[in-house]
Structure formats: C-alpha cells, structure tokens
Design a protein around this ligand. Sequence first.
Ligand code: UFG
Length: 342
Amino acid sequence: MARSAGAVGSPERNRLGAMAICVTGGAGYIGAHVVRLLERAGHQVRVIDDLSYGDAARVGQAELVQLDLADTAELPRLQAALDGCRAVVHIAGRKQVGESVERPAWYYQQNVGGMANLLLAMRAQGVDRLVFSSSAAVYGEPKTGQVREDIDLRPINPYGESKLVGEWLVRDAARAWGLRGVNLRYFNVAGAGWEDLGDPAVLNLIPMVLQRLYDRRRPAVFGDDYPTPDGTCVRDYIHVVDIATAHMIAMDYLERDSRPFDAFNIGTGAGTSVRQVIEMVGEVSGLDTAPVVEPRRAGDPPVLIGAVDRIEQTFEWKAQHDLRSIVDSSWRAWQAGPKRIV
Ligand code: UFG
C-alpha cells in the first residue's frame, strides 16, 4: 500500500536525515531503476508519484508521497514533500506520443504544468538542483541521423514539445533564481536492471515484440522501405541501467560544475535497426521471431541516434550495455512476469 504524504512532517520523515534526494515518477519503469541505484549508493530517497502508472511495490525502502504534480491545489503538499531534499530528479510525466497528439492540452497540462508546479515548490523550499528527464523527441525528424545537442530543436508532436518547454523552464529558472539544472535527453530506453523492474507497458519495440510472441503472432516491422541499410528504422537503444547511472553522475556534476544548466544526450552513439532488434529477441529467447512487414507508422524518422561525445567528455560516462544485454534483460524480466511465453 502507498505510504502517503502524511509521512511528511511525521517522525518517519526524520529517518531520511537532512538531505534526501527526491525522485518524481520514482514508481515508474525508469524511475524505479534510479531509486534502486540511489538507495544502493546509500542515498535517502523520497519518491513523488501519482501511481497512475507507477507501482508502490517498486520503490523499495524509499518514502512514497502519492501526489499529482500537475494539480496546482497540491502545491502546499508538494512543497512540504521537498522539505529536507537536496536535489530533485524529475522523471514523472506522460510519454505516449500518440496520446499526446490526441490530447495536446492535457499533455501540456501534465508535463508542462507538472514541471511549473515542481519549480515553484523547489524555489519556495530552497531546493536548487534538478535533473530533468527530457527526450530525443525534442529533435523531431532531424536531417542528420546522429544528432548533436546544439542542432535546431523541432519536435513534431505535443509530447516532444512538452519536453522542450520543460527544458526551457529549467533554463529560465536557472536565470531567474539560480537553479542548477541538467536536461537529459533519453534515446530509446529498454531492458531491465532487475527482473522485478521490467517495463510493464507495451508501448515500445521490444515489449511489443514480446507481446506478439505471447499472443502467438509474428512480430511486426512497421515499414521496410526506409532509406536505411535493411530498410527498417534505426534507433539508439540504451539500457535502462545506463540511463539510471547517468542520473547519478548528473547529480554529482551539479555539485561540482558551475554552469547553471545544460542538456545532454543519453544514448550509445550506435544505431540498431528494427530487424536487428527482432533477430536479437530470437537469439536470446530461442524462438522463431521472423517478422511480418506492416505499413509505416506515421511520424517515425528513419534514423535517430544520439551524438554522445558531450556527455562522455563532461561526465566521463559511457553506456556499458550492448544490444544483447538490453534484449536479454528484457526477456528475463518479461518471463518473470505474468505473461510468461511458453
Ligand atoms: N516498431 C516496429 N514494430 C513494433 C514496434 C515498433 O517496427 O511492433 C518500430 C517503430 O516503428 C520504430 C522503432 O520500432 O521505427 C522504435 O519504436 P519505439 O516505439 O520503440 O520507439 P520510438 O523511437 O518511436 O520512440 C521512442 C520513445 C518516445 C520518444 C522517441 C524519441 O518511445 O517516447 O523515442 O526518440 F519520443
């Protein structure tokens, strides 16, 4: 059961000590990995999550404050929840591109409104360090396959736009009141660090392939006539543990660097095609994953790969996991869950 904001201000809060780290969205897929790594590194962690998608069982020993960031009436509770926190990792947000196209105003309310409320509460509480989960969706459909952080940002859907506005808010708060912020632009996050922390949603390529196999259907390739080596889209797949590690290092960077804000790609710098991913699922599972080709999905850029020299040089961070590790851990976590493929 969720431990509620009632814990804030109670003796239970004191076990967190003076300087906890707050993780919004900490009960979700990526957030729970960040929380687990922070806890293992000895940090005291407070999770803020509305549990609309998150699961209280994923936050471990961390204190959980159940709260909707986008609800302005909750600002006093949000501010109280930040009491005693040194830094915030802001991961909470809506992340479905198609849904954002159908409900744009709601996406802005959730993602931009949530960020605005968070920054209001941080300023009021004197918490001035923020690591923000942004997305490669801010790039839209770039002309070059491998994108650098400083190219023109032209998101092509409300989800990407809401992430870009979030980045602007970080920049503007840095200028206005001295927030120290880092925007981390995730590429294609996949895999699982632990079998109980697999991605529970079926919204991205690897879970969608596994769902098809579970349903005894062939995996789908959405378009094989793109201008890429095998005709299928190429993406930069990054292991969720590498993503979580980058957050830890970003927080460390905020302690030592004097730049007020910055943005970094978190990817591997390497591209993998849809076909290659599906073949790897076949290799690790031993199943026949020969796909069927279906029509292109609207809005898919042919190639999207992150240039990663900036994060590698600034943070001395480099992704450690390859495609096999990503797919293998996804497969194991899937098989440990309720939809075991037999
Ligand atoms: N795909 C298939 N078959 C499937 C599922 C996906 O061929 O069953 C293809 C897609 O068409 C795409 C590729 O696999 O070419 C990757 O698709 P995902 O949905 O896994 O990921 P996207 O690259 O579309 O989106 C991801 C994140 C978004 C983010 C975007 C920007 O999910 O949140 O990257 O980088 F906005």
